[in-house]
Ligand binder design. Structure first.
Ligand code: C2E
Ligand code: CA
Ligand code: CA
Ligand code: CA
Length: 279
């Protein structure tokens, strides 16, 4: 009987319980964070290589927690997805960033592109397309200025449903970027038929570009593919002058990375635009 009991109670492993309660707590805190308005959107400029001007921004969420300080999305997006909290959080990010781009436009600084990361949980949600269109309309931003960033793995998850939603959004003028490109498994053949307007070369390729010829060639090939397919190509994670030189030689359209700017809080992004800064 003793032996049997041992086997039965394995579920009360304290490590499991602790991990479980941390998750439940985290979920609770995320819900509170949303209510208490603790999330922030930071904006990282994307620079057009041809003229050194800021072409647009990528919106990146932060959690400014009174208890934990500034929390990276890497530590809460997954939990937000599993609990579906990513749906209201994602809508909030979308609304904030569309309003910010509209504000830049209204103040006469130009029509900046705003790129917003979308989770697969959001995309697969029934009302997703309507919710994007509603938020966009409410903000008054042109659909052409909004770019939704999705990843290859998302497309593979539910191919036809995802493609039909993206087709619809694209038909309204919204731009679609394939994020972290090169890290997934999408075939070149299917890429041609997908409603993608922009390719983002994953930063893992950029990182080792200077010292590794393989990566140099890979990065160049990815850029070439994008250009052949008529897409805009963005290099992300550009941190050094040397990386920039290679990315230029590969003929990328846009660059994004710490060499130019970190993601900035709204006020600093506004200041940057106001300054008319060129790179
Ligand atoms: P991502 O979409 O691949 O975003 C790029 C990440 O690289 C950002 O990290 C950015 O701050 C960072 N980065 C930018 N320039 C450089 C550089 O030169 N070097 C290096 N090493 N890193 C650079 P962040 O802001 O921590 O975001 C991490 C991930 O969290 C994002 O990766 C994205 O997958 C996710 N995420 C961020 N905001 C949102 C959001 O609003 N919704 C959803 N669903 N996911 C988001
Ligand atoms: Ca992204
Ligand atoms: Ca990325
Ligand atoms: Ca990523």
């Amino acid at each position: 009987a003793k032996e049997e009991g041992k086997g039965k109670y394995i579920i009360f492993d304290p490590a499991f319980l602790q991990a479980f309660s941390e998750r439940v707590n985290m979920e609770k805190y995320l819900r509170k964070a949303l209510e208490r308005n603790e999330f922030m959107v930071f904006y990282q400029p994307q620079i057009r290589l041809r003229n050194g001007c800021i072409y647009g921004f990528e919106a990146l969420i932060r959690w400014n927690s009174p208890e934990r300080g500034m929390v990276s999305p890497l530590s809460f997006i997954k939990i937000a997805e599993d609990s579906r909290l990513i749906v209201p959080i994602g809508e909030w990010v979308l609304a904030q960033s569309c309003m910010f781009a509209k504000r830049l436009q209204d103040e006469g600084y130009g029509d900046y592109k705003m790129a917003v990361n979308i989770s697969v949980v959001q995309l697969l949600e029934d009302g997703f397309v309507d919710s994007v269109l509603r938020i966009l309309e409410k903000s008054g931003l042109n659909p052409e200025q909004l770019e939704l960033e999705i990843t290859e793995s998302m497309i593979m998850e539910s191919f036809h449903l995802v493609i039909s939603k993206l087709d619809l959004l694209k038909s309204k003028g919204i731009q679609i970027a394939l994020d972290d490109f090169g890290t997934g498994y999408s075939s070149l053949g299917s890429l041609k038929n997908m409603p993608i307007t922009t390719l983002k070369v994953d930063k893992s390729f950029i990182e080792h570009v200077p010292e590794q010829e393989d990566n140099r060639n890979l990065a160049r090939t990815i850029v070439m593919i994008g250009r052949k397919l008529g897409m805009r190509v963005v290099a992300e994670g550009v941190e050094t002058e040397l990386q920039l030189q290679h990315v230029k030689r590969a003929k990328c359209d846009l660059v994004q990375g710490y060499l130019f700017s970190k993601p900035l809080p709204e006020l600093e992004a506004l200041e940057l635009v106001r300054s008319g800064r060129k790179y």
